[in-house]
Design a binder for this molecule. Structure first.
Ligand code: SF4
Length: 598
């Protein structure tokens, strides 16, 4: 038997990872690695499989020793942890097969010896490739197997091997399944149409139901994330699948509630929305992108500009309100930094998110990714910034852009965009704004999700943790209790859900708060280094030396000012929660940590 170690890389802390919510919920990760579990389903019995998800358990040396080959799959946010996995496998002289979007797009920049598989796993005979890799053994080289743009029918996608994680299900917030791949839209910043095709391919309904049944058999109850990039890319074919899911849910007394991502096009089709509602969907993530019509046009997001239904709502705000009132809770993503953004884009975005009552709104500056129309556009215009890589939003508050922003044909300072980003996120994730719009959403619902939340021991413990961290320890306890009290006054049956929304808020509020402090320290450090640059060469060196080793002995006006400035930075640095401090640039951190007053 060949031992295959399926290693799933660790997620870096970000707005998306909901670390603080996981802590309240008593969980370790959002979802299991659906990609690796699917690839595992392609491997015949002669392979002995072990899956280690670094988000829920430690990847130990003994795992590498045991393995004949390491198989891994990663997204762009996993860059560092993928390199760590490869480096460890290399040390143990175990061959690595690395796939997923990160390897597909950036294989030439990833450090370490591995075979990189580009494209969808179904396009290559993974078992044959693996056999060949094992036969060749470890070699200090990189190889590439390129199967990009081969979009196989989804009937070829095997069932996920949930048995490999059956003992760890309890560590996840939700399970993950996929029903479609590809997207027919043409958003210029997005790589999905290029990576997975412009024609939405749909899984067989029977296979979708089989995966649900498997999860049910392993005892899973609760959330299931449908990880499609756009569930409604093929509306005609998805509706029958939704009906099958509905029947299965009914038969099994609604064990699952579904969450997914979809374009606002769904609003054109009330039959589709009703089928989703009846199947047990509770939340949908929409790429709303921008409140500016000009910017939506600029980025090709026609999905948000077109379409209406018999309810007659045409504006993005009205559609979202209608969907929230009658079908599902809306999460949404927004992007800043387009050439067409009006000067008051931050103000417009804050107002839109608040008016649309979107609790969880993810806002980021534009990131220019390879394999997108934007990449070609910015490259053509010589506006790509060399050496700056889009990190898939894991940087929390970026300090640099991967492209040169422009306004009215003139290049503008990237800080204009970065400051707008901080302004919007700082506002929407302030406790007052977060709880206000979440309460408005709850108050304005005509229908609630079909699956009722059952209060078991786990939920009760989450509530107690929420009370402790949010209602007792936090510095926003007033807003927290006010929110819960208003929910009780309005409709007590929404209380369990409200506790969940509050826990999500805890992550957004805390992450924003700490990240703004990190950002403040980084800004101060950059300014300080800027000021040092104004000193003569000798004075600068002396000043640096003294700051590093002998702060107490400094003298002279310029140096004294630097000393006070540094002391202030150190004070701010110490005020950042420890687990966020690694976001202060590492060289600066060394400077601070070596100083005597730290
Ligand atoms: S709708 Fe979503 S998945 Fe499709 S191209 Fe636009 S951003 Fe990408």
């Amino acid at each position: 038997m060949v031992n295959v170690l399926l290693a799933s890389p660790k997620n870096p802390r970000s707005f998306w990872t909901f670390d603080e919510t996981l802590m309240i919920a008593g969980k370790k990760s959002g979802f299991p690695p659906a990609g690796l579990l699917t690839v595992a389903g392609m491997l015949p019995e002669r392979y002995n499989l072990k899956l280690v998800d670094e988000n829920v358990e430690e990847l130990k040396d003994e795992h590498f020793r045991w393995a004949d080959v390491v198989l891994t799959s990663s997204m762009i946010i996993h860059w560092k942890s993928l390199e760590r996995i490869i480096s460890r496998a290399n040390q143990f002289e175990k061959p690595v097969l690395a796939g997923g979007p990160l390897s597909t797009q950036y294989h030439h920049e990833i450090r370490g010896n591995a075979t990189y598989f580009l494209g969808e796993a179904e396009a290559g005979s993974i078992d044959v490739i693996l056999e060949d890799i094992v036969k060749r053994g470890y070699r200090p080289e990189t190889r590439v197997i390129d199967k990009r743009k081969r979009f196989e029918n989804m009937t070829k996608v095997p069932l996920q091997r949930f048995d490999l994680i059956k003992d760890n299900l309890k560590y996840y917030i939700a399970m993950a399944i996929q029903t479609t791949r590809g997207c027919p839209e043409s958003c210029t910043f997005c790589n999905i149409p290029s990576l997975y095709g412009k024609i939405t391919r749909v899984k067989e309904a029977s296979n979708v139901v089989k995966e649900l049944q498997l999860l049910h058999n392993y005892g899973w109850r609760g959330g299931v994330m449908i990880v499609d990039d756009n569930l409604v890319g093929n509306q005609k074919e998805i509706i029958p699948i939704l009906h099958e899911i509905k029947d299965w849910q009914k038969e099994n007394k609604y064990p699952f509630n579904f969450i997914t991502q979809a374009s606002l096009r769904m609003y054109e089709n009330p039959e589709l929305m009703e089928a989703m509602y009846q199947a047990g969907f509770s939340s949908v993530f929409f790429g709303l992108e921008s409140p500016s019509q000009e910017s939506l046009k600029f980025m090709g997001a026609q999905k948000n500009l077109q379409g209406k239904n018999e309810r007659g709502k045409t504006s993005m705000l009205e559609k979202i309100r209608d969907i929230q009132a009658n079908y599902f809770q809306a999460y949404a993503g927004f992007i800043l930094g387009f050439d067409t953004d009006p000067d008051n884009i931050a103000k417009l975005m804050k107002a839109f998110i608040q008016d649309a009552r979107i609790s969880v709104a993810m806002v980021g500056p534009l990131g220019v990714l390879p394999d997108t129309p934007d990449y070609e556009r910015y490259k053509r215009e010589k506006r790509l910034v060399e050496g700056v890589r889009y990190g898939g939003d894991s940087g929390i508050f970026s300090r640099e852009l991967s492209y040169v922003p422009m306004k009215n044909g003139e290049r503008i300072d990237p800080n204009v965009v970065l400051d707008r980003h901080r302004e919007v996120v700082g506002y929407i994730n302030s406790p007052g704004a977060y709880f206000e719009r979440t309460l408005e959403y709850i108050k304005n619902r005509n229908r609630k999700p079909l699956k009722k939340m059952v209060i078991g021991n786990e939920k009760l413990m989450s509530f107690l943790r929420s009370v402790y961290y949010q209602g007792v320890k936090s510095d926003y306890k007033g807003e927290y209790w006010n929110f819960l009290w208003n929910v009780v006054k309005n409709d007590i049956s929404s209380f369990p859900e409200a506790v969940g929304y509050a826990a999500q808020g805890h992550h957004l509020i805390t992450t924003t708060n700490e990240s703004l402090k990190v950002d403040d320290v980084n800004t101060s450090l950059e300014k300080m280094l800027g000021r040092m640059g104004e000193l003569s060469g000798d004075a600068m060196m002396t000043s640096l030396e003294k700051m590093l080793g002998r702060i107490g002995e400094l003298s002279g006006d310029a140096v004294m000012r630097s000393k006070l400035y540094l002391e202030d930075i150190i004070k701010k640095y110490k005020n950042i929660r420890e687990d966020f401090r690694n976001q202060v640039k590492s060289s600066y951190r060394k400077l601070i940590e070596n100083s005597p007053s730290y």
